[in-house]
Design a protein. Structure first.
Length: 152
């Protein structure tokens, strides 16, 4: 494992434990060169799933791309990283239970949005606006009205 601070390739594992859902192993590491501590996660590698984009292109599913989208939506919001990791774990579990080799981005996005609405409503609207490609303010208003109606 390469140290993110200095690039040295030797470290020692300081602590190792399973995540709450037992879906990954969390390891605290310490660089032997500079002493920087960092965390890594070890996941079970699932079979290759392809994501079918709106324009028909296919690409490999990327957990990192999903996480980056969620991080942008949750910017300056009180949403812990652990919550986002759990959300992604839940979505991956749901998607993999369908035992398909391909999943449309629309289906993947809907699974994310469904869960995000229960975590942070501002992040939900941000994510939905990018995912659903809002063109004007009326689409924002429609989404907000739907959110308010679901609360009542």
């Amino acid at each position: 494992m390469r140290c993110p601070a200095c690039g040295h390739e030797e470290d020692k594992v300081v602590d190792s434990r399973a995540t709450k859902e037992n879906s990954a192993v969390r390891r605290r590491r310490e660089c032997l060169a500079c002493g920087h501590r960092f965390t890594t996660y070890e996941y079970v590698e699932h079979r290759l799933v392809m994501v079918v984009k709106k324009d028909g292109r296919r690409e490999r599913y990327s957990r990192e791309k999903v996480l980056n989208g969620l991080l942008r939506a949750c910017e300056k919001r009180p949403v812990p990283m652990e919550t986002l990791e759990k959300l992604i774990d839940d979505v991956e579990r749901t998607v993999s239970s369908h035992l398909r080799d391909e999943i449309p981005t629309q289906e993947l996005g809907n699974e994310i949005i469904k869960r995000l609405a229960n975590i942070d409503q501002v992040a939900y609207v941000r994510f939905a606006s990018v995912y659903r490609d809002f063109k004007d303010i009326s689409q924002f208003l429609k989404e907000l009205r739907g959110l308010l109606e679901s609360q009542e």
